[in-house]
Ligand binder design. Structure first.
Ligand code: 5GP
Length: 186
């Protein structure tokens, strides 16, 4: 992908894939949908670190009813831009999921392998219900997209950074989501 020469924080990024105002609007819409379904259920929102932290913190401020939050850190084996499907739990949840209404909050679903592992793992802990909210689902690659109850954006299969998403721990702090040409920038 060609770069539009977008320089933010001194690094060259690709084009803006999702602008800030679109993210804001979509997070509010997702919040409204989630509120309809979960208002009386005191859900437990499970964020997947580190990528989902910004989405999670914006999303919960759209929800004006009792809820709880927990975080899980996982790591996929493989290079920084591809996923082998082998997942390791780096930090487990503090909360017992038995009988809870659990909503997984993900940043981005590509192959769906990470989510598939996570879903199996959390279902084995006997929650009352388990649903998924992902800010982004990549077109073409996701085998699990029909199982994702709340989807913010569908994007083409490009590598993106910003709004919590990183490459080598960089760019999480950007307010918009940009494409990132991996080959040109190594
Ligand atoms: P999957 O298992 O669905 O292939 O990949 C999911 C995980 O890979 C995400 O939670 C994220 O950590 C990482 N990932 C997938 N696509 C991208 C991307 O375009 N940008 C970034 N920064 N991470 C991605």
């Amino acid at each position: 992908m060609s770069s539009s020469g977008n320089r933010e924080f001194g690094y060259e990024l690709g084009e803006v894939v999702i602008p800030e105002d679109a993210i804001e609007k979509k997070v509010a819409e997702l919040g409204a949908d989630i509120a309809v379904d979960y208002r009386d259920r005191t859900p437990l929102l499970v964020g997947v670190l580190k990528g989902a932290m910004i989405f999670m913190s914006d999303l919960i401020r759209e929800l004006d009813f009792p809820l709880e939050v927990d975080m899980m850190a996982i790591s996929s084996y493989g290079s920084s831009t591809s996923n082998s499907g082998v997942v390791r739990i780096l930090k487990d949840l503090d909360t017992d999921l038995t009988g809870r209404h659990v909503l997984i909050v993900e940043d981005i679903v590509d192959s769906g392998l990470t989510l598939s592992y996570l879903t199996r793992n959390l279902l084995s802990r006997n929650p009352a219900s388990l649903e998924i909210c992902s800010l982004i689902v990549k077109d073409g690659h996701s085998r699990q997209s029909s199982e994702i109850r709340y989807v913010g954006f569908h994007i083409p299969p490009v590598f993106v950074v910003g709004y919590g998403l990183d490459i080598g721990e960089r760019f999480r702090n950007l307010r918009q989501i940009y494409s990132y040409d991996v080959e040109d920038s190594q």
